[in-house]
Design a protein around this ligand. Structure first.
Ligand code: ZN
Length: 285
């Protein structure tokens, strides 16, 4: 009840898009949005009296949550904060935590709460100092302990849980490639699975690099089948209580990815009751 009253206070406090968002969340804890409530045009706002969305994206490693979180952050004008990126930046910086991190990542283990919270709070503080409003968190929280700590620090409006079949996830993870020159992320896996028991087909095109990157592709050291399977197992063990944590607070939106980005993006926007004006403009051009 405490969480709900905090939510209600939050929604009453502002008339901005985020505020409308909160009120619809409270009205519909099961996340079936009423047709009359619209977040369309929930664009970034410059009104200092209200803040932007504060969302969390959950999903297995390789599900593509970074891609969707990043697209949504551009659409909503909020920063996309990926704890995986924070970890990689720390690794690359040879900062105080980097030696410890190398060992953990190479073993396919998850980084400890303390390290992640350290990195994340530094990032959030930097953002506030730069005048950022709102965020989409990607890869955090991973444990209920992290979720509890986060709840004490800031208000989370919505948690989107992206889901994809495990065999597809494995294939996608093993297909990941990085360009050693420009750092671009690509995927060479071509997935084409016939739907069974009345389920729709799932096809996901590879995300191939431009020609000049082709000969420079490398596979991340932690994208071997053994490490990926271990990562998925650890993820599932940890994520179920986190999903439960947010489900109990009426904040969890479950989203089964129907395929690749072209199939999933419009459906995700629909589920979030958002409108991609840019996409429509470019489609019409
Ligand atoms: Zn490249």
């Amino acid at each position: 009840m405490a969480a709900l009253s905090r939510l209600l206070r939050g929604s009453a406090a502002s008339m901005c898009p985020a505020g409308r968002w909160l009120s619809s969340v409270v009205a519909e804890p099961g996340f079936r949005f009423p047709a009359t409530v619209s977040q369309k045009g929930a664009a970034p706002t410059t009104d200092p009296g209200c803040r932007s969305v504060q969302w969390v994206f959950l999903g297995c490693p390789g599900v593509g949550k970074g891609t969707y979180a990043s697209r949504l952050s551009r659409l909503l004008g909020v920063p996309h904060i990926a704890t995986g990126d924070l970890v990689r930046e720390e690794l690359a910086s040879s900062g105080p935590l980097s030696k410890q991190l190398v060992e953990i990542v190479n073993q396919g283990q998850l980084v400890s709460d303390e390290i992640i919270i350290n990195l994340l709070s530094n990032r959030l503080e930097d953002g506030v100092a730069k005048g950022e409003s709102g965020f989409i968190l990607d890869g955090f929280p991973r444990t209920t302990r992290q979720a509890e700590i986060l709840e004490g620090v800031t208000e989370i409006d919505l948690v989107v849980n992206l889901k994809l079949r495990e065999d597809i996830l494995l294939a996608k993870c093993l297909g990941r490639r990085i360009c050693s020159q420009c750092g671009g992320n690509f995927n060479v896996a071509s997935i084409d699975i016939k739907g069974e028991n009345g389920k729709p087909d799932i096809s996901m095109a590879p995300l191939l690099p431009p020609e000049h990157c082709m000969s420079k592709l490398i596979t991340r050291a932690d994208d071997t089948e053994k490490v990926v399977k271990e990562r998925l197992r650890v993820y599932h063990d940890l994520s179920q209580p986190v999903e439960e944590f947010y489900r109990n607070r009426g904040k969890l939106l479950e989203f089964d990815l129907p395929g690749g980005i072209p199939e999933s993006w419009p459906k995700l926007l629909q589920a979030l009751n958002l409108d991609d004006h840019d996409e429509k403009k470019s489609a019409a051009a």
